[in-house]
Design a protein around this ligand. Sequence first.
Ligand code: G4P
Length: 531
Amino acid sequence: MVEDKLSFIKEVKRRRTFAIISHPDAGKTTLTEKFLLYGGAIRSAGSVKSRRSAKYAVSDWMEIEKQRGISVTSSVLQFEYDDFCINILDTPGHQDFSEDTYRTLMAADSAVMVIDCSKGVEDQTKKLFQVCKMRGIPIFTFINKMDRMGKDPFDLMEDIENVLGIRSCPVNWPIGSGKNFKGVYNRHENQIEVFNDGNHGQSIAETITGDLTDEKFTGLLGETLHEQLKSDIELLDIAGDNFSLEEVLNGNLTPVFFGSALTNFGVEPFLKSFLDITTPPKARASNLGDINPESTNFSGFIFKIQANMNPAHRDRIAFLRICSGKFDKGMMVNHVQKGKKVKLAQPQQFVATDRVIVDSAYPGDIIGIHDPGIFNIGDTLCEDGSKLEYADIPQFAPEHFARISTTNSLKRKQFLKGITQLSEEGAIQVYKRPNIGMEELIIGVVGVLQFEVLEYRLKNEYGVEVSKQLLPYRHIRWIANEGIDYSDLSLTMDSMLVVNKNEQPVLLFQNEWSIRHILERNEGIELKEHS
Ligand code: G4P
């Protein structure tokens, strides 16, 4: 028994669960693939999606992703590296991303932020970064594409600090850039790592290592680069922020790494340091206090539901983040919100391009469980009969709205089934005009791309064609006054009243100004930003 407990703790301690966030095209997919290459999960790189050659990334699932060459659904991958067991949560990087992205971050213990060195911090990164900050999760920055001419590394650090409002501390520093990108200086190890020339894109980059002052590097790098490196490091040591593990783990300081995912330069040093600095799963907040991952009582929460993910497996899968205890295939668990016992019969994990059935899993792991329609996002599953509930996963306010109806009234049933399914997955939020039937719905989404996903999935999975009219509203407010007679409300041309599935009134606005206007026109009305 003691032996069992020790090996359980060992398993927890070797888990690292993180999300990769970036603006589209910064190189997130390429970096993920290189991690898999280094971990031995794939034999050679090159299956990365390419808009031109129609090859797709290992983590792309849906057909629409392939067609558009973008990631729509967040995916999860597990692989081993050294003694670590790594779970990567991929997040859609497209600017029109969905709530799914936000929720995925709830299941991660840390985040890797990939930045294109020629672009610096871009819009999408800012939005995702805010969510990480809100949750206080540690953020690691990988400045990518150093094999191309980019901004000055000092300017990039300033950009991170100014735009994101977080302090930065380079763990490694680039030696040259563009065609002259020779390698990195590892400040933790006080060591130069110069990459051997060769075709590193598909295989692991070999390095020549040594001391900063080692004269062999003057020959390898050339005098100018070697001198430049020495003065950069001196400047960083004097003027830069000191590395503090505590500040990193509290999300106040981001360790920065430079490299090139495409050529594999700097990928392995980054992965090694990242795994070293990050922690195994930490205690999670619940209604019964913090739950220690090393507690042997199994518990976890559902953070994502996805239907019809793969045409070969037409099913609905709930993604469960394990928070404590060991999971065994077929175990009976307590579904807290439903007050029911459920058997977790066909748990799956996602390894490179495959899904595999898992026999056991540990805190930090993400497993996919078959969902016969009983799970909701945020549900807690636990082993004992306790009333443990993990903190709610916040619902994010939709920012885009459209009027959707089916073009064929004979397909109404399938239309509603599809809409219900997508709404349960959390991909869309459904409203309607008061006193109007369900033939015409108002759909709210966080990212406008979700409309395309909605149309695509209704057509391909439910055989329903829809007509869509985009609406100009950008803000949503829930009316907080209990039992208000909303037919009496005085509205403006740039607002709209809708109701949710429980007939609760909700207002949609085109701009902040119209929100203030409605508040002035309707004395006593209380508007909430969240449901
Ligand atoms: P994403 O998932 O963040 O959207 O980015 P992705 O990895 O798909 O990379 C976007 C583009 O940037 C790809 O080029 C990829 O090859 C390229 N890229 C990624 N990392 C690096 C790097 O370190 N250096 C350079 N020079 N390029 C990099 P593409 O033209 O869109 O596709 P492909 O035809 O090259 O496959």
